[in-house]
Write a protein that binds this ligand. Structure first.
Ligand SMILES: Nc1ncnc2c1ncn2[C@@H]1O[C@H](COP(=O)(O)OP(=O)(O)OP(=O)(O)O)[C@@H](O)[C@H]1O
Ligand SMILES: [Mg+2]
Length: 472
């Protein structure tokens, strides 16, 4: 990704002009500085990606300058321009945080290489920060299963991964759509580049555009610094637009342009940003129906749906249930360090006959709980799977006794009651959010927003599991 803004601090005016012109021709903004004060003034007003700084700039102690930069949260890269300084000085600069150095006289080619290196570094650093931010997690799990349906899905992924086409992954909640999206990326020629995920359902309308496309400093209240959006961070890699059905018609129009032109503007900016990104989208709604209802643009649907991948629900591949249960048992035995040696015959029957509305996620949660609660002899009994009882479990106080609702002291706070009620609906629906929303008589978006808040408050993996969420 090319750099955008550079400071060129050089006391030799002729040299400064020539180098600045060369950099501007690369479509990079250059702020020219003749003194260290100019540099600080620029840094106070805007954000820069890189500073070229003359080691002999008047009244400038380069090492102090590095010290000042380290106080800032958004630091530009620094490349000192040295001229006859001893090697030990260059070494000190590197220790203080210099990205590189250029020894005068330098050629145009050397500047070009420095710009290119700094551009790449910046991009990777920002994409890594976004990934560490929770935009993606590193669990690059295998798509398990031995049914012919899952085998066909794996074959399709292998073929499609090699191409650049946009892929729309459809399937019920918990079937493994995200897993498929990650496999598409990791088996593609882009595997070494970023994989960036954006959850369209979790973002309020006011933030979604800036999450997608980034914003300029001061674009809106709270935009105190310039920020790259997810599309920019995914440059040369893949972007996963999770739960795409949830974006508004206005955002759909903007997305269509990116898919067609691979370009956009940041919020509050006028400069056109070009990217090379492979788009993968997922949905657990029937998008064709959304198109018919006028909730989703038909042209965007066609653009996204170049290659559709349908991930079948677990009940259509019952042959996978015991296979997956066994894999998950081994996984959770390792994770929790407990002895859960096998499923009893009755447990296997229960698993085979349950229809798993929450699909693989539900199966995974059921097995994890059973492994933890397993009998001392290491055999998992049907009670530990807890699959037969569809009725909600009675509310239990922290002490473990059922709540006596006739006593005023046992009254739950309204918000706790709501949370409890949502947990019950989710359990009833086998963690299938759309079904749970229906039971609760609310829109799925409302339910998702509430779950997003609970996710933030969750303290343990068990808390997360109640809402069908995976451990972080
Ligand atoms: N075939 C599979 N093999 C192994 N693990 C799987 C498989 N399918 C799903 N999983 C696991 O099940 C959980 C849910 O999968 P994933 O998040 O990909 O589902 P999803 O379809 O994106 O669900 P949602 O619609 O709720 O976002 C994950 O922990 C994933 O690793
Ligand atoms: Mg998903």
């Amino acid at each position: 990704m090319p750099l955008e803004k550079v400071i060129l601090a050089e006391s030799d005016e002729n040299l400064r002009r020539t180098v600045a012109e060369f950099i501007r021709n690369k479509r990079i903004d250059v702020a020219e500085a003749g003194t260290i004060q100019d540099v600080y003034n620029y840094l106070g007003k805007d954000e820069f990606d890189l500073v070229f700084i003359d080691a002999k700039l008047p009244e400038c102690k380069l090492l102090d300058f590095f010290g000042d930069l380290n106080q800032r949260s958004e630091k530009p890269l620094v490349i000192p321009l040295v001229n006859g300084e001893p090697d030990t000085f260059v070494l000190e600069c590197f220790k203080a945080g210099a990205f590189d150095y250029l020894a005068k006289p330098f050629s145009r080619e050397q500047i070009e290489i420095a710009l290119h290196k700094a551009g790449n570094f910046n991009h990777i650093a920002k994409a890594n920060a976004a990934m560490a931010d929770g935009a993606v997690d590193d669990a690059d799990r295998e798509i398990l299963g031995e049914s012919s349906l899952i085998e066909e899905t794996r074959t399709l992924i292998k073929r499609v991964a090699q191409t650049q086409v946009t892929v729309l992954i459809q399937g019920e909640s918990g079937t493994g759509k995200e897993l498929v999206a990650r496999a598409l990326h990791s088996q593609s020629p882009r595997a070494q580049k970023p994989f960036i995920k954006i959850n369209c359902a979790a973002l309020p309308e006011t933030l979604i555009e800036s999450e997608f496309f980034g914003h300029e400093k001061g674009a809106f209240t709270g935009a105190v610094t310039k920020r790259q959006g997810r599309f920019e961070l995914a440059h040369e890699g893949s972007i996963l637009l999770d739960e795409i059905s949830e974006i508004s018609l206005a955002m759909q129009a903007k997305l269509l342009r990116v898919l067609q032109e691979q370009e956009f503007e940041r919020v509050g900016g006028s400069k056109t940003v070009k990217v090379n990104v492979r788009v993968i989208a997922t949905t657990n709604r029937n998008l064709e129906e959304s198109v018919e209802k006028g909730e989703f643009r038909q042209d965007l649907y066609f653009r996204l749906n170049v290659v559709p991948i349908y991930v079948p629900p677990l009940r259509e591949r019952t042959g996978d249930v015991l296979f997956l249960a066994e894999k998950f048992r081994k996984l959770f035995v390792r994770k929790h360090g407990v002895e859960a040696i096998e499923f009893s015959e009755d447990s296997c029957n229960c698993l085979k006959h349950h229809d798993f509305p929450g699909n693989v996620r539900e199966l995974q949660n059921v097995v994890e709980r059973a492994v933890i609660l397993c009998n001392p002899d290491g055999v998992i009994a049907p009670e530990q799977l807890n699959l037969t009882s569809k009725s909600p479990s009675p509310s239990v106080k922290p002490g473990g006794k059922p709540i006596d609702s006739t006593k005023a002291e046992c009254f739950l706070k309204l918000e706790d009651a709501e949370k409890e009620h949502i947990i019950r609906a989710l359990a009833e629906a086998g963690q299938h959010r759309a079904k749970a929303a229906k039971l609760l008589g609310v829109n799925i978006r409302t339910l998702r927003n509430k779950i997003a808040v609970y996710k933030k408050d969750a303290k343990t993996d068990e808390d997360l599991a109640k809402f069908g969420l995976d451990p972080e």
